[in-house]
Design a protein around this ligand. Sequence first.
Ligand code: FRU
Length: 559
Amino acid sequence: MSLETVPVEKMSFEEMVRLVGGPANIQRVLAPRGEIVIALRDPALANVLPSHMRLREVLGEWQLSFLIQQDSINEYADELINSLGRMIDSQLRLNAYAYSSPNDCPFRPTWHISPPQGLLNDPNGFIYHQGKYHLFYQWYPYGCEHKDKYWVQLASTDLIHWQWQGIALTPSDWYDSHGVFSGHALSHNDELMLFYTGNVRLGEQRLRQTTQCLAVSQDGLRFEKCGPVIRNLPTGVTEHIRDPKIVRHRGKWLMLLGAQTTQLQGRLAIYHSHDLKEWHFDGLFGEEIAPLGYMWECPDMFEIASQSYFVFGPQGIISDNVNHTVVHQNRIAKVLWDENDHPHFCHLQPLDHGFDFYAPQTMQTADGRRVLCAWMGLPDEVNHPSCDNGWLHQLTALRELSVENDQLIQRPIRELEQLCHQPVSLELSDKCTILNTKSFEMCITLPWGASLRLFEKDEQYVELSLDAQQKVLRFDRSHTLIRQGDVIRELALECEQVELQILADNSSLEVFINGGKAVMSARVFTEQEATGVSLLNALVTAKYSPIQPVSASSFATQF
Ligand code: FRU
């Protein structure tokens, strides 16, 4: 069917909404060059269209096109398209409301953040603002799949108890119709500013259109979208440029973006600004560590003890360990600024050596600590047992970053102690001890050759073993209900014995190794009754504390 158009100036907003079958029938609005396109939920609900107007089906979506006069959006069209955006926003919030109460599920974490329903991915906008911590996340409410993303907002005064604040941003507008993608927040002059990537897909080819956008809140709760602050691509990059992080650097603002060059290599793109509105492209950085994958996502930059660090997610990395097939990885590098104020990266290392860790974000606490939160999941993992109960993925525990003897150290945030019961000593042997909970902290020092089994019942367990020959800590989740993803991770260690601090929460384990010199995070699904722990080839006393549940308040409706 060929696409025909009608001049938009001939139609009032009310007329247009009536024509397309009312507010609830509008799925999204798009603005390819010279047109406004309205996607309809049900084409049959559209009123009789003028004879010269036709609907066309684009990849299963019914789209109605209106011509606009200039190439760029004119004033009338601008108003119209913004009004449509506000209408779609209300509708999307209404539709998503039913998905913001939690589905019951035995795999649900009790003290980590998980989505009530649907899919969670990256943490976003992690910030301290006017006496409160704010943490947002990427959310697709309607299923365990990566579709048009929303931002959910949580707030906390203690970094432990997170209160559901509702949906902060919906994919309602022509510049973010296919996802309010990841970004960071800035607390600036009484305002809470959210910088994010607007993701749009156009036409049969699903051509990607990327802009960097701003939304602002005066009360820290309701956000007003200001639209794109960067509309065009800088030279040398593809439409894969996203995940803005704003940092203050030597008297100006920098916007860091993960980017892909036209040669299909990952790089860091940097813009600068003096007013946070007008942005100027400075260049692409990271050549000295390239090639390192086809795309870098989710950049972050911060200082610890006067040393600048760069965190990013290189994609397309092939590991030299046969068990490690995941190409979406994470790295932290030291940053050296040259005389032209350009960053150079060195001393790369993974932030996490486990299975499920991606897209981390950091923020500075009121008392000056650098705290990190990441997605405990991976882009290609979409089938975990929790999907049977309509939700997928969770965030990691918050970690404090520090540097000791020039070495990066990650420890669970100290606030977590509030949730831990008084520790008890637990003598572990090859006889399975039943804990009757899967939410706990366990601290244990193991000799080489020992194997610790957790979340155990009969043939189900997760094993952390210290291979004395190969000198690796092996994390094995092959005896679990895992449906997708690698089952073994190995970490080479050089030490006499290995100190582990393990955080467990129903379907996750985070293992902090040798005082936080390395971390391994994983989703691990075993039956609800699999609460046993045993130790093979050693007799050791562990320090064990059950962890109190808290996460219920991070959903719209409490359990
Ligand atoms: C990382 C990522 C980001 C993007 C977001 C979309 O997981 O791919 O680059 O902004 O997820 O949900």
